[in-house]
Design a protein around this ligand. Structure first.
Ligand code: GDP
Ligand code: GDP
Length: 434
């Protein structure tokens, strides 16, 4: 599982500035999605030695007794409880405050790995800024400037040191890694039990790490899959039971760890912001995706039409994903979901040979040339594959920084059709030669 860094500190020390620096959105698509970038407290970290998650706890006040402040404190406590590493941020310009001391006491008691981070230190002498914070008893302060980026890379490397990445060999041969995601009560546990109840579970309690990531290998029609748990499943008698309630962090970790996400929606409910948020994270992580609209058994014709329209309208950015209407309870439509998982996985892992990519690119440009931008006319020359899951297509040429987003979307559609890549998002990147 990807480690989670949790940012804690009193208001105004620079947590959200650091959060933004650590999570700079992976591509423009994310910024385009309404409701997704506003008020974000969870994000995929980048720029470190391996993938990680970042949580911003907002303003943390351990003594808060009531109202919204107390609610924020409650959420901060929940994030702290799930943290792999705590980053305690203080303000190097304001200096040490009594509130910092109260937070330090609280954090030290968690026993979690803790790094003290002194922010806003650009242009200042590091050892002088750090000196007064030693008395917090949280170890040697790391001195950074979130606004300027000074010291941020070192901070991430240090924080992630205890979490080496899994080796590629370990991951091979287990088939697609599948996460079943969705908000509470859509039917995730029911689907998992239907899947695992019918099929042979090869092994349940994997020796795993101390962080007890749960992976459940299973087999269906001779094909192997590994289910990545999103909810802290435990086997209880013959059935699996979620021992924890819905956890945003677990969901994000499972999405990040998977190759393919089965995103579940509840046909009896309208699509909510939470559904859209979870969908947005899948896209941001670049995961292949299958949509499973559950509880089809309990909805009438009117609802069925309504949910179809709702998906088309609110989740239109998932147009690449196959949609299944299922009943996890009655075991209807499950085979179709797994067959789409196979196809989406194949698409996500496809090998895209350079000559074929370049041919598709040149055909696309002949059909529709990229628009001129002032005196610049972007020239797209050739393409090669830069990665898998999601497939990354790197296009080489000149003046490519002037290719408009709409043209990039056009190229994505062209590649998707040329290589039959349904089920996975695609990334197109540009490399301009000067
Ligand atoms: P939060 O309340 O802890 O999330 O703090 P913010 O990220 O909103 O930052 C509070 C203020 O500190 C803002 O005005 C930021 O621009 C400023 N700030 C954040 N990081 C730095 C930094 O590295 N240097 C300086 N000088 N200001 C910073
Ligand atoms: P989770 O929170 O996403 O794991 O959701 P659960 O699997 O616990 O399901 C929530 C509720 O929805 C339970 O009462 C299930 O019995 C019910 N449920 C799940 N799938 C279906 C389905 O396909 N049809 C119907 N009618 N009910 C379902």
């Amino acid at each position: 599982m990807d480690p989670t860094l949790v940012l804690v500190g009193r208001p105004n020390v620079g947590k959200s500035t650091l959060f933004n620096r650590l999570t700079r959105s992976r591509d423009a698509l994310v910024a385009d999605m309404p409701g997704l970038t506003r008020d974000r407290h969870y994000g995929h970290g980048r720029g470190g030695p391996r993938p990680f998650l970042v949580v911003d706890t907002g303003g943390f006040e351990p003594q808060a007794k009531e109202g919204i402040v107390q609610e924020m404190a409650r959420q901060a406590e929940a994030a702290i409880a799930e943290a792999d590493v705590l980053l305690f941020i203080v303000d190097g310009r304001t200096g040490l405050t009594p509130q910092d001391k109260a937070i330090a006491d609280r954090l030290r008691r968690t026993g979690r790995p803790l790094h003290l981070v002194v922010n806003k230190a650009e242009g200042m002498n590091r050892s002088i800024v750090a000196a007064e914070f030693h008395e917090l008893g949280c170890g040697d302060p790391l001195v950074i400037s979130a606004a300027h980026g000074d010291g941020v890379r070192e901070l991430v490397e240090l924080a992630l040191e205890p979490f080496p990445e899994n080796s590629a060999e370990e991951e091979a041969e287990k088939g697609p890694r599948v996460a079943i995601a969705g908000r509470p009560n859509v039917g995730k546990s029911t689907l998992i039990n239907t899947l695992l109840g019918e099929e042979r579970v090869i092994a349940f309690d994997m020796p795993g790490t101390t962080r007890d990531a749960i992976e459940i290998p299973f087999e269906r029609n001779g094909r192997h899959y590994t289910l990545i748990d999103t909810a802290g499943l435990r086997r209880k008698g013959k059935v699996f039971e979620a021992v924890e309630k819905f956890s945003v962090i677990k969901t994000l970790q499972a999405v990040e760890e998977s190759n393919v996400v089965v995103l579940m929606l509840d046909a009896s409910q309208d699509i909510s912001d939470q559904d859209a948020h979870i969908a947005g994270f899948c896209i941001e992580a670049g995961r292949a995706l299958v949509l499973a609209i559950n509880k089809w058994d309990m909805v009438d014709g009117y609802r069925r039409e309504r949910i179809k329209q709702d998906v088309a309208r609110k989740l239109n950015f998932l147009g690449f994903a196959r949609v299944h209407y299922i009943s996890a309870l009655e075991g209807q439509g499950i085979g179709g979901v797994l067959s789409s998982v196979d196809k989406a996985y194949a698409a996500a892992m496809a090998k895209l040979p350079t000559p074929k990519l370049t041919r598709a690119l040149i055909d696309a440009v002949q059909k529709q040339t990229p628009p001129r931008h002032g005196v610049f006319r972007p020239k797209l020359r050739y393409a090669h594959q830069g990665g898998s899951n999601p497939p990354i297509i790197v296009i080489h040429g000149n003046a490519l920084e002037h290719v408009p987003d709409s043209y990039t979307r056009y190229l994505e559609r062209v590649f998707m059709e040329a290589f039959k890549l349904q089920g996975t998002p695609l990334r197109v990147q540009y490399k301009t030669s000067h």
